[in-house]
Design a protein around this ligand. Structure first.
Ligand code: SF4
Ligand code: SF4
Length: 391
């Protein structure tokens, strides 16, 4: 809205108070303390020289300027290293405020929107867990005629394929992956258009070049090395990141073995369970251990050193816990199967598949999906020449 005073046009912004409440509820309750000294923008090594963050985001958040913040690539260029919060003279915790804004942005772009809301509230956890449990129980019912006995009885011979067959389970995840790709693309497209409308700017490098440069940066995690306070995060993130890549590679290779070599070509020895020395097992187990170690480091730092590591909100803790349970239950159910302890192996396997479902199928609305929004923001920033001052 504009108004004329003595022939001068003055832009008047209408604060979105609901948005301010959302940011505070998501962990940014210290935003009001900021008095705009700009120390945070000076100490942030990832902030560009021109129009730096996070000072301006603190101001926009105080004023409830939701539209500006939702399409601001800078909120995703922050790696939550906490350098700014440690040096803030007002204890305004800008790193936590930015994390809270990202969490609200996630809900803003999520499709369908109610899924984004469910993932951010503890009350949404029960229905979100019930969905995979009901679907997996239906598969067990269908394939075993309702034989849930392995979940409760001691048995020395463990056959996961009888209890929860690989075929329908793989099919479930393939259907889920298509859903993820479609719904995630809708949210990302909205975000990209929003950034273009808000920031525009002359394109300095093309999309493909910016994407390649971004992917190289992500694989090396080079931005983490610019952070001064929470250096542990580079190691922890690298472990979790490459752990996911290894486990995803193992799952893909196992599916190819089953579908191509076993089902179509009829070769023997190409169906799970594979022996521990099999390359697929080695790959999967290395990935599982890497994730568990990475998650333990993150948990330890967040609990014992919250000043340096920063406070984690509900969505962050949900992601940390689910990731840890996925990796740990996957490793343990395998070892229980080998040890012939069926009464533990079957329940652990059920927990593993349930949490894998939770992690993957809800990824467009959870902390897991952050990496896609962050990647897109980095690509956009590179394309308009918005680079960190220390890179
Ligand atoms: S968040 Fe802290 S360091 Fe940054 S401008 Fe506000 S008061 Fe200053
Ligand atoms: S948390 Fe680190 S990366 Fe994020 S704004 Fe603060 S100093 Fe910059």
């Amino acid at each position: 809205m504009t108004t004329g005073v003595n022939n001068t046009a003055i832009a008047i912004s209408k604060p979105d108070r609901k948005f301010v409440r959302q940011v505070k509820a998501a962990g940014g309750d210290s935003v009001d303390k900021c008095f705009q000294c700009a120390t945070c923008s000076v100490v942030c090594n990832l902030s560009p020289e021109d129009c730096p963050f996070p000072r301006k985001e603190m101001l926009w958040a105080q004023w409830g300027m939701k539209d500006k913040l939702m399409t601001d690539p800078d909120i995703w260029l922050c790696y939550q290293c906490n350098d700014c919060s440690i040096n803030c003279p007002r204890d305004s915790k800008p790193s936590e405020v930015l994390a809270a804004i990202r969490s609200v942005a996630f809900r803003h772009f999520a499709f369908p929107g109610y899924m984004g809301t469910l993932l951010t509230k503890p009350s949404g956890l029960i229905p979100l867990l019930l969905l995979p449990i009901i679907i997996l129980c239906a598969i067990v019912w269908q394939t075993t005629g309702g034989d849930f006995a392995p979940l409760f009885q001691a048995s020395a011979v463990v056959d996961f394929d009888y209890f929860l067959p690989h075929g329908p389970t793989e099919m479930l995840f393939i259907i889920g992956s298509i859903h993820i790709a479609v719904f995630m693309s809708i949210g990302l497209l909205r975000f990209w258009k929003g950034m273009q409308n808000s920031w525009g700017g002359a394109v300095k490098i093309g999309f493909i070049s910016a994407l390649i440069s971004t992917v190289i940066e992500i694989f090396s995690h080079s931005r983490f090395s610019s952070c001064g306070s929470a250096r542990y995060r580079q190691i922890a993130h690298l472990l979790v990141f490459y752990g996911f890549i290894l486990t995803a590679a193992a799952t893909a290779m196992a599916t190819i073995e089953m579908v191509v070599f076993h089902n179509f070509l009829g070769f023997e020895g190409h169906y799970p369970p594979f022996p521990l020395y099999h390359p697929i097992k080695i790959c999967g187990n290395l990935g599982g251990f890497a994730i568990v170690i990475g998650v333990i480091i993150v948990m330890y730092q967040r609990i014992t050193n919250p000043k340096n590591a920063g406070k984690a909100g509900y969505t962050m803790w949900l992601f940390i816990w689910v990731t840890g349970i996925v990796a740990l239950s996957g490793l343990l159910c395998q070892f229980m199967r080998i040890a012939g302890i069926g009464e533990l192996a079957y329940p652990l396997y059920f927990i593993h598949i349930t949490t894998v479902f939770f992690l993957l199928l809800y990824s467009p609305y959870s902390q897991f999906g952050h990496m896609f929004y962050r990647t897109l923001a980095m690509v956009f920033a590179k394309s308009i020449g918005r680079e960190a001052k220390t890179l």
